[in-house]
Design a protein around this ligand. Structure first.
Ligand code: ASP
Length: 326
């Protein structure tokens, strides 16, 4: 029988990728290659069909995840817990560190070193940029960032990119428009970096004080992305394939007058959506405050709840991958 080299190649690639995720920290989207993304998205597709068919499996039976959150969260916290449980594992939930030894003055390195004694993987959300790198340095077990301050939110970036694929079938050649708090929105930072690995036209819509940090913009341009900036979403909605809307990040403002001045800069309404393409995706990492009118929710192009569900499949794939079971 002639060996099927294509199959061998794919299997070989999957094995290599699995090897490259096993035991690895996930702290920034900068660490991923296109092959890594393809691998995680393929495993996420499998996780989706597994959940639809049977709900759960025992792939990670006996494994423990420590869910360590120093900042509020609904979706990231719950979807990591759900992901672990659907794979047969269990979680140590530390949500509200005021009830942990952190309130006694314990440092982040000591907290993660302790949790690493009990758990096989640590998911960390922290208000400081770079906290997950610090945690990863001290932890003997893989650390997955669940968002570090205004820095990055790598797993959200992955689920956002996965959602673009799921909604539109491709990423290359799309016009992607990001709207809102591009300065403080960590999900924007991760997704923009991931998009720079593709041929995408990126339009940034924000008030002047909420523009994407200049250094990050330069990074995107250097990576070959076409980037333009405007402050009016109505001028660009008709040509957008993806409109990625974000909340103004109230908790990052020192001056509340400044926040008040920009908090309601944008609202996507049914009237605005009437000018959008018939096939496009309206996305939002959630929670929304006033950026998308509730009357838009039934529009088939409103992808934000599907996007949220995708987060669980991405996190199932990542947990299985870093624990060597994908
Ligand atoms: N949930 C996302 C985050 O943690 C988006 C947001 O809070 O606006 O960054």
């Amino acid at each position: 029988m002639t060996p099927d080299t294509n199959v061998r190649k794919t299997v070989g690639l999957a094995a290599d990728r699995q090897q490259s995720f096993y035991g690895r920290d996930i702290v920034s989207v900068r660490q991923f290659t296109r092959d890594d993304l393809n691998y995680i998205f393929t495993v996420s597709d499998e996780m989706r069909s597994l959940v639809h068919r049977v709900g759960a499996t025992d792939l990670l039976k006996g494994h423990i995840l420590a869910n360590l959150f120093y900042e509020p969260s609904t979706r990231t916290f719950a979807s990591f817990a759900a992901a672990m449980q659907r794979l047969g594992g269990s979680t140590i939930p530390i949500h509200g560190v005021q009830y942990s030894s952190v309130s006694k003055g314990e440092s982040l390195p000591d907290t993660v070193r302790s949790l690493a004694c009990y758990a096989d993987v640590i998911v960390l959300r922290h208000p400081e940029v770079g906290a997950s790198e610090v945690a990863a340095r001290y932890s003997s077990k893989p650390v997955i960032s669940a968002g570090d301050g205004v820095g990055e939110h790598p797993t959200q970036g992955l689920l956002d990119l996965y959602t673009i694929y799921a909604e539109l079938g491709t990423v290359d050649e799309l016009n992607v428009t990001m709207v809102g708090d591009l300065r403080n929105g960590r999900t924007v930072h991760s997704l923009a970096r991931l998009l720079s690995m593709y041929r995408v036209n990126l339009t940034l819509v924000s008030p002047a004080i909420l523009r994407l940090p200049a250094q990050l913009k330069q990074e995107l341009v250097d990576a070959g992305l076409s980037v333009r900036e405007t402050d009016r979403v109505e001028n660009v909605i008709s040509e957008s394939d993806v409109v990625y809307v974000t909340r103004v990040q109230r908790e990052r403002f020192e001056d509340m007058h400044e926040y008040e001045a920009v908090r309601d800069s944008y609202e996507i309404t049914p009237e605005l959506m009437a000018n959008a393409k018939e096939k496009m995706a309206l996305m939002h990492p959630l929670p929304r405050v006033n950026e998308i009118h509730y009357d838009v929710d039934d529009d088939p192009r409103a992808a934000y709840f599907r996007q949220m569900e995708n987060g669980m499949y991405i996190r199932m794939a990542l947990l299985a991958a870093v624990l060597g079971k994908a």
